[in-house]
Unconditional design. Structure first.
Length: 446
């Protein structure tokens, strides 16, 4: 154990009320317990405790907005610095990843339980209730579930379903798993090696995968329902939304989500780039483009810095790397003949509107100005693949997310959904929580 990790674990007060876990962590990881076990050097048990609630600790430990979640509720943070929970979680997970079967071993007893429970039930039955042969057939008749999509929600759901003794097949439209983790989060934030090892741990539970399968194209819910007892939709919401401004259709205007997902970037060398938005996607796009040789990268955000939804660390890192920020500024037009040549911006004031707690941005009259720009990257939100979902007759909400009830059930019988697809809070931990909770509900349903 490094001196830093030792120092972090000793700094924890091991609060009995566990605000970091109960109020801060979307997954309700038992944070004080795994920190205490780490301090004692019992990493295997610390990982087992973590695996009761998550299968993505090496990922969440690195990219979760800890300051807004677990560390934001840390008692130590009231008068000083919070415990470095993310770094401790990542350390435990990294040690576990050295053994490709760590997750399987942590869950072995629970994965064997359905069969053992079935045998015990058989032993306790009266001889005339059912034949031995029929009962053995029932024990061995495993339920089957298909998971469409392999981002944090899909991977987590698939893993927990296997934990419950259910056969699982993941259907993925690309040739590798990971979803937004692989095609949305840059390498400098999440190593592909860590992601690959995490996915390998999950697949080693005995999960099948079928690649090149996309819902609404070569994959249909009707066909899947004939073979599987239930379906879990976890295809995310990664189609970029526009701003509906003049010039948005010009060459040189891109959606940040698509650029990060497909990686089909133009040549930014010695070019001026404007990234519109204030979330983590905007930070990821800006930092990625800045590293690809752009002359300048400007993040344009209509509110103040303290109102940015992006993580403080990501903002600080972007600034340190040379990304410029234009706060209380909004883009009005994209100007050019066939392609982007410049943009028109306007200054914004922040005012308190009646009935609203958050300050609202309002344009300052006659504060318009232009600046030369070669590429405009829109990072102002994302939506679902509405067309493909409609082909499958999946009911959507007014905001075009998949409509579900409190049990993650869609409008179609035996079809469940979760994660960004249903409009959940767009973080890895919240998506994973949907997958875990849906797995438990699906287990009881089938």
């Amino acid at each position: 154990m490094s001196d830093d990790i030792k120092k972090y674990t000793e700094y924890c007060l091991n609060c009995p009320v566990k605000p970091c876990s109960v109020k801060g962590c979307p997954l309700n990881n038992d944070i004080p317990t795994f920190i205490k076990l780490t301090k004692e050097g019992n990493l295997k048990e610390a990982y087992r405790i973590l695996s009761e609630t998550t299968v993505l600790p090496a990922i969440c430990g690195r990219i979760c907005p800890h300051e807004k979640q677990c560390q934001g509720k840390c008692v130590r943070g009231i008068k000083g610095e919070p415990v470095s929970i993310g770094k401790i979680e990542a350390y435990i997970a990294d040690e576990a990843l050295k053994n490709e079967n760590s997750l399987k071993e942590a869950w072995q007893e629970e994965m064997e339980r359905p069969y053992k429970d079935g045998i015990e039930k058989l032993i306790n039955k009266e001889e005339n209730e059912i034949s031995y042969k029929e009962e053995i057939e029932n024990i061995n008749k495993t339920k089957k579930v298909s998971v469409i999509g392999s981002g944090p929600s899909g991977l987590t759901c698939a893993a927990f379903l296997r934990k419950y003794g259910i056969e699982v097949t993941i259907f993925e439209k690309y040739n590798s798993l990971g979803g937004i983790l692989r095609r949305g989060i840059p390498e400098f934030r999440l190593s592909k090696d860590i992601l690959d090892k995490t996915i390998a741990q999950i697949l080693n539970l005995g999960i099948d995968v079928k690649y090149g399968m996309e819902l609404g194209k070569n994959l249909s819910l009707d066909d899947l329902k004939k073979e599987y007892d239930a379906i879990y939709l976890a295809i995310g919401a990664n189609v970029p939304t526009g701003m509906k401004i003049l010039g948005e259709e010009l060459n040189g205007v891109y959606g940040a989500n698509t650029l990060l997902e497909i990686g089909n970037h133009p040549d930014y060398t010695n070019k001026n780039v404007a990234v519109i938005g204030g979330g983590n996607v905007a930070m990821d796009a800006a930092r990625t483009i800045n590293r690809m040789g752009a002359k300048s990268v400007k993040v344009i955000y209509r509110r103040a810095e303290e109102q940015m939804p992006a993580e403080r660390k990501e903002i600080a890192d972007a600034k340190e790397e040379g990304v410029e920020f234009l706060f209380q500024t909004n883009i009005k037009k994209v100007l050019g003949k066939d392609r982007v040549e410049k943009i028109e911006c306007i200054k914004m004031d922040l005012v308190q509107k009646e009935g609203e707690t958050r300050l609202s941005p309002v344009e300052i009259p006659n504060s318009n100005y232009e600046m030369p720009i070669d590429y405009v990257i829109m990072a102002v939100g994302a939506k679902t693949e509405e067309e493909n979902l409609k082909k499958e007759n999946v009911e959507l909400t007014e905001r075009k997310y998949v409509k579900i009830n409190e049990n993650y059930e869609t409008s179609i019988d035996t079809v469940f959904a979760g994660g960004d697809l249903v409009g959940s809070t767009a973080t890895v931990a919240w998506a994973a929580r949907d997958g875990r909770n849906a797995a438990y509900i699906i287990k009881n349903y089938i």
